[in-house]
Design a protein around this ligand. Structure first.
Ligand SMILES: [Zn+2]
Length: 113
């Protein structure tokens, strides 16, 4: 058989390629974590899902970062450079950010119920 990563000839049933060092555990036989890098792991149970892919983490990160962005925009300006000149976003941009934040929070709370 051939290594799927480097196409070199390797022993039938080899676990690891002797040429490139890639793990050759067949897809589906191992745990979802052993699937080759780049392909999406398929989870059949919620307990297999890593903590950072769970909904509560997404909710937590949005809850943490949206208010931070809103507070920063309320206490000062966001700066950007245009044609070599330092500029700030106007009040309307702040309000857009705050309205989007509120919209996202409302969506999260309605999804949790
Ligand atoms: Zn290889």
């Amino acid at each position: 058989m051939k290594c799927p990563f480097c196409m070199e000839e390797i022993q039938e049933g080899a676990v690891k390629c002797k040429h490139c060092g890639s793990m050759l555990t067949s897809i589906g036989a191992g745990s979802p974590m052993s699937s080759p890098a780049g392909s999406k792991p398929i989870y059949t149970d919620y307990s297999q899902v890593p903590w950072f892919r769970k909904r509560w983490f997404l909710v937590l990160s949005i809850l943490l970062f949206i208010p931070v962005a809103a507070i920063i925009s309320l206490t000062g300006d966001f700066y950007y450079v245009k044609k070599g000149q330092l500029k700030t976003y106007g009040k309307s941009t702040k309000w857009v950010l705050i309205i989007i934040s509120i919209g996202i929070l409302v969506r999260i709370f309605s999804a949790l119920r």
